[in-house]
Design a protein around this ligand. Sequence first.
Ligand SMILES: *Cc1c(COP(=O)(O)O)cnc(C)c1O
Length: 343
Amino acid sequence: MSRSEQFASDNYSGVCPEAWDAMAAANTTDEPAYGEDSWTQRAADGLRSLFDTDCDVYFVFNGTAANSLALASIGQSFHSVICHELAHIETDECGGPEYASNGAKLLLGEGENGKLTPESIEHLVTKRTDIHYPKPKALSVTQATEVGTVYTPEELHRIRAVADRHKLHIHMDGARFANAVAALDVHPSEITWKAGVDVLCFSGTKNGLALGEAVVFFNRALAEDFEWRCKQAGQLASKMRYISAPWCGLLENNVWLQNARHANACAERLEKGLEGLPGIRLRYPRQVNGVFVELPEPMQTELRNRGWRFYNFIGGSARLMCSWSTSHDQIDRFLADVRSLAG
Ligand SMILES: *Cc1c(COP(=O)(O)O)cnc(C)c1O
C-alpha cells in the first residue's frame, strides 16, 4: 500500500517538515535531560504566548496518557467525570482515566453530533447526590469531537455555567484542538480559558509530530505536583527535547494552524465531491478534518480492494480522515474511484 492511499487516520501521516527540521536542530548539541533543556522552555513559553496567559505546560508521549493524567489531577478516586458516551476517554483508552485516578468513574452523557449538552450534564449531576454514588468533580469535552464536530464558544459558555453551578472542573480532550481552532476561526483562548476550560490536552501527534502532547493547565492550582504524576506514570521523557523541539517547529509561524487548515480544507473537498452521489449520505455535519459518510457495503469492499484504507465507525459509516499530508490528488483519485462505483 502506498502511504497516501488512505483516509484511515490523521495519525497515519508522517512528521511535517517544520517539526522534522526543529528536531534536527535540537540534535546538534548536548542538552540537559528531563525537560531542563532550552527547547522545552521555548516550547512551553510558546504555548503560553499562543494562549496569551500564564498557564502551566507539560509534555507527555501520547493522548491517552495526557487525558488520563490530567483527569487524575482533577479529582480523587471517589469522584466521577462526566463525558459524552462517544468520548475517546470512554471508548478508546482502555480504562486509562479510571486507572490513573485509582478508580474515578466516567459518567456517560448524551447529545447530538457527539456533543455533551448542559441538560445532560445537569441530569447526571443531580440524578444522585448520596454517599453511595461517586461524586461528579469534572466534565470532559472533546474539541473537535470524535465525530468531527465542534463546540462553539457559546456552547462552551453554557457548559461552563452548569459546571459553575455544580463546582465541576472542565477538561478538554484536544486531540484535534488545532482543527477546531481552524474551523471556528477563533483565538485559541476563546475556546479554552476564556470559556472556563481548566486543563487542555493539546495534541501534536495528529497535527504533524511523531509524538508528543502538551498538557496545558489554565487552572494552575490543578497542576500541583503534576511532574511527579508524569514521572510515576512513565511519561517523563529523559530526552525531552525530542518532543519539545518539534513543538517549537509547529508553533513558529503558526505551522500548527496551517496544518489544521490544510487538513480541514481537504476534508471539505472530499465532502463536496461525495455530496449528491447516489447511495451516499453524510452521517454528521463535516466541520473539521473528517468526513463521516454512509457508503454502500459493496462499494466499501471494492474501494478496499483498490487499496484504499479507512475505518468504519458507529453503525458502519465510513470515517475518512485528512491530515497535513493529505493531497488534493489523493482526494481526486479517491473521488474518481467512488464515482466509478456509484455510477
Ligand atoms: C487520537 C485521540 C486521542 C489520543 O490517542 P493516543 O492514541 O493515546 O495518542 C485522544 N482523544 C481523541 C478524541 C483522539 O482522537
